[in-house]
Design a protein around this ligand. Structure first.
Ligand code: HAM
Length: 429
């Protein structure tokens, strides 16, 4: 019996690597989401919402068989119909699928689309790294001109700046194309020679699947060897070199400071030419706020027309962590309606309804609580005003408006109270 009671009482916890976003934090999330949508709107991106569940094959082919994501991190399972499905680990292949499947090229003036939503990767959780996390994902299809690389990177930087994150650093690189990259991969293998056997297990696997990925290695003991390796920039073919130079000219024209890092190869298979990340904020070791690049063969590779692509994804958890402290929003409740005496409750509820219809954020109590306990709760709500409705007020068709910050109060006509409060609020914010 005792054991049974204990079992029923056990609290069921959330899954490791997932998080509840609680009321005190949600303001920050809403701010990040609001700025994200507003920036996307202004740069001409249309919103797309794709399912969180997709065929496993989409990512095996899209993200790439040799990536950590596909090899180790996907939440894959067989559904009841025998289909191999997965929770999406990133948005890009889904966005490409939607673009191809629905012929968005014809439907939009520019094939610029964005999406906001949760992604799932079975990673080792730590600050800024979770198993369910959220991304703003931005993609453009069909434009090869380096002007779009410049605009996408400028938009990413503008997004970060509009959030008030000031300590961010823009890092860029070019990983070349299918023409010149094999020469670079070979140069890496030649330079490594026999030292391959001194590298970590992951790197030994990388050498076989995609030698560029060695630059992602964080193992300390491997760093002296990696530091000596050749740089991708020295192996770019002429068109790739020119493209990279053009992208940099655009960034300079926008006045965007950036650092070129030959180690920025990114952990996904589809990239060609431009890659970039914005690092920074106070998010600890996981300091990539966003990352992206060009992928000129992915659309075709996933069965679509031969169209280039470029985009980025920003991690919303990391942006929320990196927001400056003062962006926390405080007092959100406008008014708390207090009913004094039994006869006032109905009138108080109608007042709350009318104020809510007028656009104010209004709370009111239940269960006929005493005016004292209503006032206590009004204090706890941090409402701007307490609106008192008692017998006197009812008789005079008025409401007593008490400003909580100053304790000053005055009577306002019941018929004009909504307009008065809206005016006061507009003046105060
Ligand atoms: P990614 O670099 O894998 O790229 O992820 C982009 C961003 O998502 C990261 O910079 C980081 O902010 C966030 N992120 C990634 N993994 C986690 C995690 N486990 N926990 C918290 N945040 C995380 C992509 O996903 C590509 N699809 C970007 C892209 C779009 N490239 C072209 N278009």
């Amino acid at each position: 019996m005792a054991a049974a009671t204990q079992r029923t009482k056990r609290v069921i916890h959330g899954i490791r690597g997932t998080r509840d976003i609680l009321p005190l934090e949600v303001d920050r999330w809403r701010r990040v989401e609001r700025v994200a949508r507003s920036v996307c709107d202004r740069y001409g991106y249309a919103e797309v919402r794709t399912p969180v569940i997709e065929r496993e094959e989409l990512f095996a082919k899209g993200t790439g068989e040799s990536t950590d994501i596909v090899q180790k991190e996907m939440y894959v399972f067989t559904d009841k119909g025998g289909e191999r499905v997965t929770l999406r680990p990133e948005a890009t292949p889904s966005m490409v699928r939607a673009f191809v499947e629905h012929g968005l090229e014809q439907a939009l003036p520019f094939a610029k689309i964005y999406s906001l939503g949760p992604m799932f990767r079975y990673e080792r959780p730590q600050k800024g790294r979770y198993r369910q996390f959220h991304q703003l994902d931005v993609e453009v299809f069909g434009i090869s001109d380096p002007a779009i690389d410049g605009e996408v990177i400028e938009m990413a930087a503008a997004f970060i700046a509009e959030l008030g994150i000031q300590t961010a650093e823009l890092v860029i690189n070019s990983v070349g194309c299918t023409g010149c990259r094999p020469r670079f991969s070979q140069a890496l293998l030649d330079a490594l020679g026999k030292t391959v056997q001194d590298l970590c297990g992951d790197c030994q696997r990388r050498v076989k699947t995609n030698p560029l990925r060695i630059f992602d290695c964080k193992v300390q003991a491997d760093q002296p060897i990696i530091e000596e390796l050749p740089h991708s920039e020295d192996f770019l073919c002429d068109p790739c070199r020119e493209h990279f130079a053009e992208v940099r000219r655009h960034l300079e024209a926008y006045g965007l400071q950036h650092r070129v890092s030959h180690r920025l190869v990114r952990g996904l298979d589809y990239y060609t030419r431009t890659t970039f990340e914005v690092l920074g904020g106070e998010v600890g070791a996981q300091n990539a706020l966003l990352g992206g690049g060009r992928y000129d063969h992915l659309v075709k590779h996933l069965g679509g027309p031969d169209r280039p692509g470029i985009g980025f994804a920003a991690g919303l958890e990391r942006l929320v962590l990196a927001l400056p402290e003062e962006t926390r929003e405080g007092n959100v409740v406008d008014a708390f309606v207090v009913a004094m005496g039994e006869a006032s409750w109905t009138a108080a509820r109608l007042l709350a309804r009318d104020l809510r219809r007028a656009g104010l954020i209004v709370l009111i109590d239940y269960e006929g609580r005493s005016s004292k306990s209503q006032m206590k709760r009004a204090n706890r709500s941090r409402a701007r005003w307490m609106l008192i409705l008692g017998e006197d007020e009812l008789a005079r068709e008025q409401v007593t408006v008490k400003e909580m910050a100053t304790s000053q109060q005055h009577a306002v006509g019941r018929d004009i109270v909504a307009t008065e409060l809206l005016k006061l609020r507009a003046r105060q914010t």
